[in-house]
Design a protein around this ligand. Structure first.
Ligand SMILES: Nc1ncnc2c1ncn2[C@@H]1O[C@H](COP(=O)(O)OP(=O)(O)OP(=O)(O)O)[C@@H](O)[C@H]1O
Length: 305
């Protein structure tokens, strides 16, 4: 059986009685949503929920609060933030009976878009009340879970750059600007992948995306066949190209065209080992997560439990 968490969105109806809502006040659209968040807590309490709101004060708080909620057998932990906050929360919910709920309040909100949770607070809270639980897979880069995807190469470079620069304050346009700059300057890297312990691939890659889900950055689909309940990782290796072909590939991927296949190697597997000769950046669920050289071999898997 796969290591899974429960997500409030489809098969078995529940009526949760206890909930901890964890809000990241620094997430992309929290300031605009603050009033609705307070109203949502009151609304849930009026519906009979034992619901409490806790704000994070720094990175790591969401994980700590989620861990305490699991220890107290809370029914639902509601992440109010973006995919980075959700990623902190799932580290603690993995394998537990505590379900994950979402009130989207991030910049891009990829998970919410992937599973069809409305971005408007009022509609999203209805999912908390009326939605259904379902079990979903989690994948792992070494010992860190991810819900969406891990990226190595160009996208991780962009994530690392945006994190250190004022570009983050610009939100999505900041990512696009840094992304364009990196696309023009990133040289690609040599990589060796060992898939399910039997198949080897060598490539000169610009980007590797390992997906638990399909949506990437809210619009693109690198791992277009991925399902978060099939027990399989989808691995998309975008081969390094000259500038013109990189732009053509970008258009094909952006428009979800069938011919995007010509630019990539696509594999489905249960686990993959990745080696690079030089330090290449890694991102996990859209947040920076170190460099390949620190680790030697990176193991990505869907964990059995
Ligand atoms: N109070 C806080 N202060 C600073 N950072 C925080 C705080 N709470 C959480 N974080 C961190 O902020 C990072 C980004 O948050 P989050 O992903 O929720 O928002 P976002 O980046 O706007 O949204 P998205 O990921 O959907 O684009 C996460 O890595 C999270 O761990």
């Amino acid at each position: 059986m796969q290591k899974q968490i429960q997500s409030a969105s489809s098969t078995k109806k529940i009526q949760p009685t206890s909930a901890v809502l964890i809000a990241n006040p620094t997430s992309g659209s929290y300031v605009d949503n603050k009033k609705q968040v307070d109203e949502t807590v009151q609304f849930l309490q009026a519906q009979g929920w034992d619901a409490h709101l806790q704000l994070t004060q720094r990175q790591g708080d969401a994980g700590r609060i989620a861990r305490e909620a699991v220890e107290r057998n809370i029914d639902v932990v509601v992440a109010i933030g973006g995919d980075g906050t959700i990623n902190e929360v799932i580290q603690e919910l993995a394998g537990s009976e505590t379900a994950l709920g979402i009130l989207p309040s991030g910049t891009v909100n990829v998970w919410a878009r992937e599973v069809g949770i409305p971005l408007e607070n009022e509609a999203a809270r209805d999912i908390l009340l009326q939605g259904q639980r379902r079990r979903i897979d989690l994948s792992k880069v070494d010992d860190r879970y991810f819900l969406l995807m891990a990226g190595i190469g160009l996208d991780a470079e962009v994530t690392h750059e945006v994190e250190q620069k004022p570009a983050k304050k610009l939100g999505v346009p900041g990512y696009l600007l840094v992304g364009l700059w990196k696309t023009l300057t990133f040289k690609g890297f040599r990589v060796y992948l060992h898939i399910d312990g039997k198949k080897s691939i060598k490539a000169h890659a610009m980007q590797i995306v390992i997906g638990n889900t399909q949506l990437y950055g809210g619009a693109i689909k690198y791992t277009w066949q991925a399902k978060c309940n099939d027990g399989l990782l989808d691995v998309c290796i975008a081969r390094s190209q000259d500038l013109i072909n990189t732009l053509l590939m970008g258009i094909d991927v952006l428009l979800h065209r069938r011919q995007r296949r010509q630019w990539v190697l696509y594999e489905t597997c249960k686990e993959v080992e990745i080696r690079t000769r030089h330090a290449i950046t890694i991102q996990v669920d859209g947040d920076p997560s170190g460099f390949t050289s620190e680790r030697g071999v990176i193991n990505v898997s869907k964990e059995l439990c």
